[in-house]
Design a protein around this ligand. Structure first.
Ligand code: FAD
Length: 348
């Protein structure tokens, strides 16, 4: 564990047993983490940092390392989630030392206040919120989760339990937690904005429509969606991915070349995008043109892998799954050369 600055470790005395260790390894693998291991030791990394889990004189020791305290907190949450799935009883037995979260709400939770809701395009609301200590959210990650309590109930926000894990309310207090993309974020003032695609039945659409200055909503993150660094890009997406595509194009280096294909419901939602000169933007009108995933297949469905740019695809989940299956599983393009993410799910 090198090049890291924040570490902590948890020791659960008299808990080591081979089947228990197996269960943890299985959960890590089911959650998609690659693990190096032997019978009493395993180690690996997540997007947050590195972990090591070892049997030590009959105890289990978890050692975690990340670039800073806030990332360590999120790494610890990831690993405690795994342990909880493997063996909830074990989770309660760890004694922790090192850099640990303070008591109180989780470090990545914010209560944000509505400052303004505008409608810059017919099918988008732009919501501006304000929250304290937004530096945590400005490390380049593009997305965050809103946390919307059920209507008519007093909000119950996520909290740390005695083991240090973040617990989200369940049952009648369960929070709606969709992902959104930052349009802007100002660490000094705590102001940040995001665009909501207005669609029928959307809980966030309804919330934004009725939101008053001073209303509060929870948020957590940041999460994922790092900028692609390739020199040649093809991006496809619908309105929900438009904020992410817009941000990628705005931040891309001037020499980046490629194409973006963005589906909208009608010409009235077409926007001017800041982008490198070598990128062309084509607006796809729903119902009249091919959809984003169909466009990807039309462009590259039969193309040899060597000729492909970085493929970026954000759209309805089942469509994206079709694209991922073809381009990742059949053609063999790896995650270093592609991004496929279901941005919303069509009800069956
Ligand atoms: C990484 C990422 C970034 C995202 N960024 C944004 C963003 O910046 N702006 C944005 O608007 N969305 C964004 N989304 C998509 C957003 O999270 C989903 O659309 C989410 O379902 C919206 O929640 P809701 O409360 O509006 O709808 P829900 O209450 O979750 O769903 C209600 C109904 O609406 C349907 N529905 C959901 N989304 C759509 C849609 N796009 N079109 C038609 N019907 C729909 C559902 O199938 C359901 O029937 C992003 C998603 C991801 C994964």
């Amino acid at each position: 564990m090198t090049d890291t600055f924040a570490t902590c470790s948890g020791l659960a005395a008299s808990t080591f047993a081979a089947p228990r260790f197996e269960k943890i390894a299985l959960q890590l693998s089911e959650h998609g983490y690659e693990v190096k291991r032997n019978e009493a030791w395993m180690s690996g990394a997540t997007d947050r940092g590195q972990f090591e889990i070892a049997g030590e004189e009959g105890a289990i020791r978890i050692t975690l390392a990340a670039k800073d305290a806030k990332t360590l907190f999120m790494l610890r949450d990831q690993i405690l989630h795994i342990v909880d799935h493997a063996d909830p009883e074990l989770l309660t037995q760890f004694e922790w030392s090192g850099i640990l979260p303070d008591q109180g709400p989780p470090a990545n939770f914010r209560l944000a206040e509505v400052v303004e809701v505008t409608q810059p395009f017919p099918h988008f609301y732009r919501v501006t919120l304000k929250a304290d200590n937004m530096a945590h959210f400005s490390d380049g990650a593009m997305h965050f989760r809103l946390l919307l309590p059920p209507q008519g109930r007093t909000p119950v926000w996520p909290a740390l339990d005695a083991t240090g894990r973040t617990r989200f309310p369940t049952g009648e207090d369960q929070l709606h937690n969709p992902v959104y993309t930052f349009v802007s974020i100002d660490v000094e003032t705590g102001l940040f904005a995001f665009d909501v695609f207005i669609h029928d039945g959307g809980r966030i659409t309804e919330w934004a429509r009725g939101a008053q200055v001073g209303d509060t909503i929870g948020m957590t993150g940041p999460g994922g969606g790092q900028m692609p660094t390739a020199q040649s890009l093809t991006l496809v997406g619908d309105e929900t991915a438009l904020p992410a595509i817009r941000r990628i194009l705005a931040l891309a280096a001037p020499e980046v070349i490629g194409h973006a294909y963005i589906e909208v419901g009608g010409a009235e939602d077409i926007q001017d995008l800041v982008k490198p000169k070598g990128i062309t933007v084509t607006w796809l009108i729903r119902g009249a043109d091919l959809g984003p995933v169909e466009t990807l297949f039309a462009l590259y469905g039969d193309a040899p892998m060597e000729s492909m740019p970085f493929l970026w695809c954000g759209a309805e989940k089942s469509q994206v799954q079709r694209a991922r299956k073809h381009f990742r599983d059949t053609i063999g393009i790896g995650p270093e050369q592609s991004y496929f993410s279901g941005y919303w799910r069509k009800e069956a």
